[in-house]
Write a protein that binds this ligand. Structure first.
Ligand code: BGC
Length: 766
């Protein structure tokens, strides 16, 4: 029997090895074919045509700077343009593609990009919301559906995922990423890339991902947009770089350089970043595009005129120039003057052509242009149902005093607030092709879900903001914020009268879509003051007060946490916003989302994140104390820690059981807890594993997330959840940037969030 088993194992192993060898031979073969094709094509190209391939222009929205491109159609025919973004729709895209394929000398197809960030036509929650699902299958599927819709409209390249670690909620773009944790951010990065690119980028429903913003954009000083990043190498490698690397390992075809400087050198011209790290250390084989006019902006960073900075960018390893046309207008001159080499231009051109090859555009430039698919695959009922599901899974229950939620499907509710009866703000930031008319407001959702059994009253209660500066910035594209003609007090009075007639008040408040996202940093991260005045007046009525919160960032909510009975964080939920919110409010779905970025008590605690290092005088967690690392006027503890989120039910965690407490070398540790649903509802729980390394050769984070499992439990049901821990989970970068583990004590912690864990200690020797 033993013999038989070992023969069987050997046979299986041989099959595995053979298929791996086959796959690698296949890849080599494909690469050789691609090389031969591109070499042949490039042998026919003029210098101008090669430089043309490095030029990416925009023809529509988005315009995220002061520069736009003109005369694009004529210039495509001349071979001056390699890619276009901002257009979609098969008719338009095929018209533009025809200019390149039929009317340019070498018929080289264009690559068509767009900021498809959280869905294309069917809009899903903003990425920070999506990350709160802790469900990689859902996340991958959201990217797959986005790719399917985008390709149905002629696109083949998306400027996503944004994997920048962000620990500063003042930064508006925290909404576009997966929060503060490098390990968790890496899981999301992989899932997104796989969802977009599928098994083969040549497939009609796959797009090429563009990982952004490389790198460290989320480390912007003071949370101010486009600002400087200055960071130790250790912090970069340990905390900020892993998600980019994970996206690369998942096969991402392209990267976008970031706007910021890194330790004095702008990312877009940073040779260490774009060549030494990305290509030499990590082995990236795709192409790198700049961010919007980021090459030109290097002039403002103080590195020289457009010709100088364009040459620097090319030499650093940047392949494509977005919008600014510095490459197009200066590289030829730089070549003549010996400031760049022919080989540098060739390499960049080759990488762009290879991307087009990998996408199958040379076989069929119009591969996804199909008017039927545009009708059949976009904003389908199925996609909308998925949007509803992922939105429900993204919501985080921040407070639920005395089981205020779920609401009864009877009686009278007062729906109050500037976001209660609104379509546009549901979609969040970065919605190029999403149609607000197609989104479901909270009011509509509540009617859809409980329409005939519940008496629904409504009052607007306030404008989104009465602050003229914030108002102008929060509606930058001239959308009016439906400013009510009535005075703030009249709005509040009406809301209070409405609340008095109801059994429960649901206040739908928070940020508008453009209060987060690009160029939307805030120095005050509370709910706008006039909305807070409304909440105060509603709280005084004594009616149970439920807050449904819209937000693109962690907000500082100490007042709301103290005075509201329940708070449901809905982020910006997307097309199916209202239906998803109503499902959760009325208990059709029990919320299970967990926050992936810490919610501070106030802006003064920022930056605040769970995986910080200890100080020599650590804060005890209780009360202020002299000569400890704390504040005079506020606790160090956040309002809600990383990984936090409640459920309509409750879960009990047992102590952690370890398979061993003394381990050696490559042994595996099994850590187990038993979790019991002690409440009345079936529910999901995200069980989180953290590890601390209390003694090492460098100061380590107090704890780090290493794994999680999402489980489902019926009332009264218990489940054992086990994690296998290996020495891979113990590795870290030391100050020489060596990634390894060091023997000693480790504390394994399992819990419901980063702050509430059960722990057990092990010794692990080499
Ligand atoms: C943003 C990128 C975006 C690009 C193109 C820039 O301003 O930083 O994230 O992909 O514009 O729209």
């Amino acid at each position: 029997m033993t013999n038989y088993l070992s023969t069987f194992k050997t046979a299986l192993l041989s099959i595995l090895v053979l298929s791996l060898l086959n796959a690698s031979a296949q890849t080599k073969n494909d690469d050789a074919k691609m090389n031969a094709f591109v070499t042949n094509l490039m042998s026919k190209m003029t210098l101008d045509e090669k430089i043309g391939q490095l030029n990416l222009v925009t023809m529509g929205r988005p315009i995220t700077g002061s520069v736009v491109n003109n005369g694009v159609e004529e210039r495509i025919k001349k071979g001056e343009i390699g890619g276009v973004f901002g257009v979609y729709g098969t008719e338009y895209v095929s018209k533009i593609q025809d200019l390149a394929v039929k009317e340019s000398r070498l018929h080289i197809p264009l690559i068509f990009g767009l900021d498809v960030i959280h869905g294309h036509r069917t809009i899903f929650p903003i990425p920070l919301g999506i990350s709160a699902t802790w469900d990689m299958a859902l996340i991958q599927e959201s990217a797959h559906i986005a790719a399917k819709e985008a390709t149905a409209e002629g696109l083949n390249w998306v400027f996503s995922p944004m994997v920048d670690i962000a620990r500063d909620p003042r930064w508006g773009r925290i909404s576009e990423g997966s929060g503060e944790d490098p390990w968790y951010g890496s899981q999301v990065a992989k899932a997104m890339v796989k969802g977009y690119q599928g098994n083969n980028m040549k497939d009609g429903d796959a797009v090429m991902a563009c990982v952004k913003h490389f790198a460290l954009y989320g480390g912007a000083e003071a949370g101010r947009e486009y600002n400087t990043v200055d960071m130790s190498l250790n912090k970069m490698y340990q905390d900020y770089l892993p998600p980019y690397k994970a996206a690369l390992d998942a096969g991402a075809g392209s990267f976008m350089s970031s706007f910021n400087t890194i330790n004095g050198m702008p990312a877009t011209v940073n040779k260490w970043l774009l060549t030494d790290l990305l290509r030499k250390q990590w082995g990236f084989k795709g192409f790198v595009v700049s961010d919007y006019t980021a090459v030109n902006e290097v002039t403002n960073h103080g590195l020289g005129d457009l010709q100088t900075v364009s040459a620097l960018a090319l030499k650093a390893g940047l392949d494509m120039d977005m919008v600014g046309e510095g490459f197009l207008t200066t590289l030829k001159k730089s070549l003549k003057e010996g400031k760049v080499t022919q080989q540098e231009i060739d390499i960049a051109c080759r990488r762009v052509l290879e991307a087009k090859y990998k996408l199958g555009l040379f076989d069929n430039a119009n591969k996804s242009i199909n008017a039927d698919r545009e009708k059949q695959d976009v904003l389908t009922d199925e996609n909308r149902q998925f949007a509803r599901k992922i939105a429900e899974h993204s919501f985080v229950l921040l407070k639920n005093k005395a089981q205020t939620l779920p609401l009864k499907k009877s009686g009278t509710i007062a729906l109050i607030g500037p976001l209660a009866n609104n379509h546009s703000e549901m979609l969040g930031t970065w919605v190029i092709a999403g149609d607000p008319e197609k989104s479901v407001s909270v009011m509509e959702g509540v009617k859809n879900v409980v329409g005939s059994s519940v008496n629904i009253l409504y009052a607007k209660g306030s404008n989104i903001t009465d602050d003229s500066l914030l108002g102008a910035r929060a509606f930058p594209f001239g959308l009016n914020q439906m400013k009510d003609k009535r005075s703030p007090q009249e709005l509040i009075d009406e809301a209070v009268e409405t609340a008095k007639k109801a059994d429960v008040v649901v206040a739908v408040v928070g940020e508008s879509a453009n209060m987060s996202g690009e160029s939307s940093s805030r120095s005050d991260i509370t709910i706008p003051e006039n909305q807070r005045d409304l909440l105060k007046a509603l709280a005084k009525t004594g009616k149970p007060l439920v807050i449904v919160l819209f937000n693109g960032r962690p907000l500082a909510l100490p007042w709301e946490n103290e005075h509201a009975d329940a708070i449901l964080d809905a982020w910006a939920p997307g097309t199916e916003a209202g239906n998803a919110i109503a499902d959760v409010l009325f208990g059709n779905y029990n919320p299970a989302g967990k926050i992936t970025a810490t919610f501070p008590l106030s802006v003064g605690q920022i930056p605040i994140y769970y995986n910080h290092k200890n100080t020599g005088r650590p804060f005890s967690g209780k009360g202020p104390a002299k000569f400890k690392s704390d504040y005079l006027d506020i606790s160090n503890n956040p309002l809600y820690p990383f990984g936090y989120g409640l459920s309509y039910t409750t879960f009990n965690y047992s102590d952690v059981k370890l398979s061993k407490t003394d381990l050696k070398g490559n042994e595996t540790l099994k850590a187990t807890v038993t979790i019991t649903n002690t409440g009345k509802f079936a529910g999901e729980e995200v069980v989180q594993l953290y590890i601390s390394d209390p003694v090492a050769s460098v100061s380590r984070a107090v704890k780090e997330l290493k794994n999680y499992q999402k489980i489902n439990l019926q009332p009264g049901e218990s489940k054992e959840v086990s994690f296998n821990v290996t020495t891979n989970d113990l590795k870290f970068y030391n100050n020489d940037l060596v990634y390894d583990w060091e023997p000693g004590q480790f504390i394994v912690q399992i819990g419901t969030n980063s702050n509430e864990t059960h722990s057990a200690s092990v010794q692990w020797s080499k």
